[in-house]
Design a protein around this ligand. Structure first.
Ligand SMILES: [Zn+2]
Ligand SMILES: [Zn+2]
Length: 286
C-alpha cells in the first residue's frame, strides 16, 4: 500500500513537471512564432535563454494583449496564449536590426493598383463552395466600402492578384505552419504577394456561435493582404485574437483610419505622384 502511494505520488509529480516543461516550451514557441523572441529560440526551453530576454518577451506580449506587463508567465497570460488567433506575427522584425517595431506599415509594401482580382484555389470540405464564395465576397466588400479598392472574383484559370486556399499543417510558405484544430486559424502575406490561407482543420461555420466564423477570419486576413499588421485595439478587426462569433461584426474606426492613412500615401492623384516617388527614393516611407 505504502509503495503504491509512493509510486502514485511520483507519477503525479512527474506528470506535473512534464506539463510545466511542456507549457513552458509552448510559451517559448508562441513568443518566437509571433515576433516577441528571436525565431531561433522557438525550439528551446526557457532554461536555455536568459531570464531577462524571456521576461521582456512575455512583458511585450502582455502589453500587446492588454494585460498587466509583469513579465511572468502567469495563468492569465497562458490563457491568452491558448486563444485561437491569426498566424501572422504581432511584431515584425526590421531586417537585421534587433529593434522591434510594432507597426509594420512602414516596412511592408503596398498595392500599386486598386483593381484586384481573387481566386479561391482550394476550398474547404467543411462548407459548401457557394457559401465560401459568398462569405469571401462579403469580407472583401467590407474593405471595399472604406477604400478605393475593387475586388473581383476570377473564375478563369488565369492568375489572380489574390490566391485563397484552405491548407493543413506545413504547406509550403515561411509562416508558422497550421496546427490542427484551434490556435492558428489562418494567415496572409503582406502586399503584393496576395496569398491568404485558412486552416482546413478548423470547424468553419457561417453565422453560428459554434465553430470558427469564416467571414470574420477572412475579413481579418484580407486586412493583411492590403498591408495592415495587427492592432492592439481590442474591438478592431485587425486584433490578432479570434474572440468568437460576433453578430454585428464590422470594421472598427481603428481599422478604417489605418487603411485610409496607408492608402492616402500610396495612391495619390497624378499631381502628387512624382513627389511620392522622390520621397520614396530618399527613404521617407521606409
Ligand atoms: Zn492577423
Ligand atoms: Zn500559408
Amino acid at each position: 500500500m505504502f509503495l503504491s502511494l509512493v509510486l502514485l505520488i511520483s507519477v503525479l509529480i512527474h506528470q506535473r513537471d512534464a506539463f510545466s516543461v511542456s507549457s513552458d516550451t509552448e510559451a517559448m514557441k508562441y513568443l518566437s512564432n509571433f515576433g516577441y523572441l528571436d525565431p531561433a529560440l522557438g525550439d528551446t526551453s526557457t532554461s536555455f535563454v536568459s531570464g531577462e530576454t524571456v521576461r521582456r518577451a512575455i512583458s511585450d506580449f502582455q502589453s500587446f494583449a492588454g494585460l498587466n506587463p509583469t513579465g511572468e508567465l502567469d495563468e492569465e497570460t497562458s490563457i491568452w496564449m491558448s486563444k485561437p488567433r491569426c498566424g501572422v506575427p504581432d511584431i515584425i522584425h526590421e531586417g537585421h536590426s534587433t529593434r522591434r517595431k510594432r507597426n509594420a506599415n512602414k516596412k511592408v509594401s503596398r498595392w500599386k493598383k486598386k483593381n484586384l482580382t481573387y481566386r479561391i484555389l482550394k476550398y474547404t470540405t467543411k462548407l459548401k463552395n457557394s457559401d465560401v464564395d459568398r462569405e469571401i465576397a462579403r469580407a472583401f466588400q467590407m474593405w471595399e466600402e472604406v477604400t478605393e479598392f475593387k475586388f473581383t472574383p476570377k473564375m478563369t484559370e488565369k492568375k489572380a492578384d489574390i490566391n485563397i486556399r484552405f491548407e493543413s499543417r506545413i504547406h509550403g510558405d515561411d509562416l508558422p505552419p497550421f496546427d490542427g484544430p484551434g490556435r492558428i486559424l489562418g494567415h496572409a502575406i503582406f502586399p503584393e504577394s496576395g496569398e491568404a490561407h485558412f486552416d482546413e482543420e478548423e470547424a468553419w461555420t457561417i453565422n453560428e456561435t459554434n465553430g470558427t466564423d469564416l467571414f470574420q477570419v477572412a475579413a481579418h486576413e484580407f486586412g493583411h493582404i492590403l498591408g495592415l499588421d495587427h492592432s492592439e485595439v481590442k474591438p478592431a478587426v485587425m486584433k490578432p485574437i479570434y474572440d468568437g462569433y460576433e453578430r454585428d461584426f464590422k470594421l472598427h474606426a481603428d481599422d478604417i483610419q489605418r487603411i485610409q492613412r496607408q492608402r492616402h500615401l500610396v495612391l495619390p492623384d497624378y499631381g502628387n505622384w512624382y513627389l511620392i516617388k522622390i520621397l520614396t527614393a530618399i527613404g521617407f516611407f521606409y
